[in-house]
Design a protein around this ligand. Sequence first.
Ligand SMILES: Cc1cc2nc3c(=O)[nH]c(=O)nc-3n(C[C@H](O)[C@H](O)[C@H](O)COP(=O)(O)OP(=O)(O)OC[C@H]3O[C@@H](n4cnc5c(N)ncnc54)[C@H](O)[C@@H]3O)c2cc1C
Length: 420
Amino acid sequence: MNAFKRRDFLKLTGAAAALSAAGCASLGTKARVVVVGGGFGGATAAKYLRLWDPAIEVVLVERQESFVSCPISNLVLGGYSSMRDIEVGYDGLRAHGVRVVRDEAVAVDAGKKLLRLARGGDLSYDRLIVSPGIDFNFGEIQGYEAAMGAGRVLHAWKAGEQTVALRRQLQDMRDGGVYILSIPAAPYRCPPGPYERASVIAAYFKQSKPRSKVLVLDANPDVTSKGGLFKAAWKDLYPGILEYRGNAKAIGVEAATATVKLEVEDVKGDVLNVLPPQRAGDLAVKAGLITHNNRWCDVDWRSMESKKVPGVHVLGDATLSAPGMPKSGSMANNHAKIAAAAIIEQLSGRQPQPLQIINTCYSFVSEKEAIRVSSVHQWDAAQGTLVAIKGSGGVSAARSEPEAVYAWNWAKTIWADSLG
Ligand SMILES: Cc1cc2nc3c(=O)[nH]c(=O)nc-3n(C[C@H](O)[C@H](O)[C@H](O)COP(=O)(O)OP(=O)(O)OC[C@H]3O[C@@H](n4cnc5c(N)ncnc54)[C@H](O)[C@@H]3O)c2cc1C
């Protein structure tokens, strides 16, 4: 799906005739689609809209100078990759004719079809795509923001400066120290991501600080993804280094004593990496797109259009996930293709057709071995959502070095597909 060619996509969706008719600049007037967020969802949507219908003007609003990938960022924490490896600029999108505006989107007036930018001025749109990723409910962990302000706790759950800071803390930690990784209750961004992080940091300790410990405090009762494979790797590779505790929800952080407070006990560490509970990115809140638990945005999975605000499509982690669907870069990239195809249909007065999409997610369990999970999701008219097709997916038989090669190839392919 990631190295996806348009021809293959159309074959898969059965929407070839409709799309090619819309794709020959036959819309009459040139429509403008504004996309907020140049991550896996937004960048892919911007690119594919231009590829599939060059008559559409596409404006991408992104606050950052370049894209920094969360996939592979755990290898940076272990010292097995560098920030340079996970950064991609936006020139690839510019070459497709996407206008990239570096700014912060702060409000949406859906009635007037206007997006307000922080530096002033409004952007008008015919269709708006919002792919803002996640933001954090810091307030659910007492003392978090003060401790983060003091540099005593980090999440590093958006790749960037916190990734660099956490790597530095791990390097500075004494041999014999304890690194605590606290995981929030699902749903959160990238279900296997925390377990990958624990594994890669355990590999670093094994090589460089063998008296140190990784302590995983998981609010969930058990490992939420690829559990058998992760636990086998921990038992074989990191005995005495990695300890896992389920049902261990963080409710507070105390900077002065480097303590994570759980419901039943307090745990002290040297490096505190506490992942706060998550929700759709701030713009989704400001634009009134949130529909569930004050956290996520429900969408029509045939078009990714918001169920609350017409004309606005929501992609990626910000969505209320369909059953069995993870919050992953792979899924955000696929959501983007659903939205791009649907918008071309809608701008031409046709109904979007439901599509089948595929998730693949690799996790490193050491610097040289990885594991994988995949699933296929299709529209179920009776349930009115995408559902995972039974028997279509699965996990690796065992961890292996070839899977690590595939993991790197997956990353390079999705970066190229989304931004190249
Ligand atoms: C450690 C880790 C490892 C992971 N590994 C994998 C993996 O192996 N495979 C996988 O598939 N997924 C993985 N993921 C998950 C993946 O990173 C996310 O699911 C994916 O980034 C979601 O894409 P998105 O478009 O929703 O959000 P993002 O990619 O976060 O993009 C959001 C973008 O919007 C911008 N933005 C937000 N608000 C505004 C605003 N108001 N104005 C302007 N710009 C704005 C942000 O700057 C950002 O660039 C991992 C995540 C983590 C944390």
